[in-house]
Design a protein around this ligand. Structure first.
Ligand SMILES: [Zn+2]
Length: 276
């Protein structure tokens, strides 16, 4: 059976030679179907490509953000690392200063153990045990600073040193058991360490005097005072005003006679006026 056809007739403007094109309907259907399928596929392809592009763009942005975050974190880590180096250097400086102070105290016979090769074993810097170690050493030094009579009870020139000298009363050689610090009348006298008053008032040749008992076997004596501001048994803080200078007792003029007694023996107070 002859299939149905579509015949297209082409007529040129001159009217000559009209041409016809006959196409089977089945072919038209096939061509239409192909065009539709091609269009759909083109659309899908476009959508798919567009989506892929968008995903790639998002991924690229995400990647950039991650890289930026990584750079920031690296910078932070670098800064922490630099800070740590600075911190460790400063801790090392502190450690050296502690060591130096301990050595000074050792030289003066105040600390029994030499800090070199002794108990001073530095832990890893920056660790908690290291900080604890530093705290322990600082506490020890603080304890020494408060309880060992450092510094001068008044500021002034030393008129007469510790040791043998010509006695100002009879011009014979005699042992001077302390130092005489030049002073005017009524200058405030400061305790050189924490302690408890053992003696306050008239005392032998020292006139009005104060003796303070400190920890670690130390005692200090302040003589020839014009006024005593403390009484026996008082707890005294380093730097506290305990009396006023004068010239009571065996004295030729206003000055402070200052003694340091360690384990019952008089020692040279000049050694305690400075750490060096
Ligand atoms: Zn004296």
């Amino acid at each position: 059976m002859e299939s149905e056809r579509l015949t297209l007739l082409f007529i040129t403007p001159g009217g000559k030679g009209a041409k016809s094109l006959s196409i089977k309907f089945s072919h038209i259907k096939l061509i239409s179907f192909s065009v539709i399928v091609f269009s759909i596929l083109s659309c899908l392809s476009f959508i798919f490509t567009y989506k892929l592009h968008k995903i790639a763009e998002i991924n690229s942005n995400h990647e950039k953000e991650l890289v930026q975050k990584l750079i920031n974190q690296t910078n932070v880590l670098n800064q922490i690392s630099k800070d740590e180096v600075i911190l460790k250097a400063r801790l090392k400086e502190m450690e050296d200063k502690i060591l130096e102070m301990q050595q000074l105290l050792y030289k003066k016979g105040i600390n029994k153990n030499s800090p070199v090769g002794g108990e001073f074993i530095p832990a890893e810097k920056g660790s908690f045990s290291y900080v604890e170690f530093m705290e322990k050493n600082i506490d020890e030094l603080y304890h020494v600073m408060r309880n060992v009579p450092f510094g001068a009870p008044i500021s002034g020139k030393i008129n007469s040193s510790y040791g043998h000298r010509k006695d100002p009363f009879h011009s014979r050689f005699a042992f001077h058991s302390g130092i005489d610090i030049d002073a005017n009348y009524k200058q405030p006298v400061l305790a050189t360490a924490d302690g408890t008053v053992k003696q306050a008032g008239r005392y032998k040749r020292y006139g009005k005097a104060i003796i303070i008992k400190h920890k670690n076997g130390y005692q200090t004596l302040y003589g020839h005072l014009s006024k005593v501001l403390v009484k026996k048994g008082d707890k005294i803080k380093s730097g506290q005003i305990i009396g006023h200078t004068g010239s009571t007792g065996r004295s030729t003029g206003p000055h402070l006679h200052y003694e340091i007694i360690k384990n019952g023996k008089r020692v040279n107070p000049a050694k305690f006026l400075t750490l060096k």
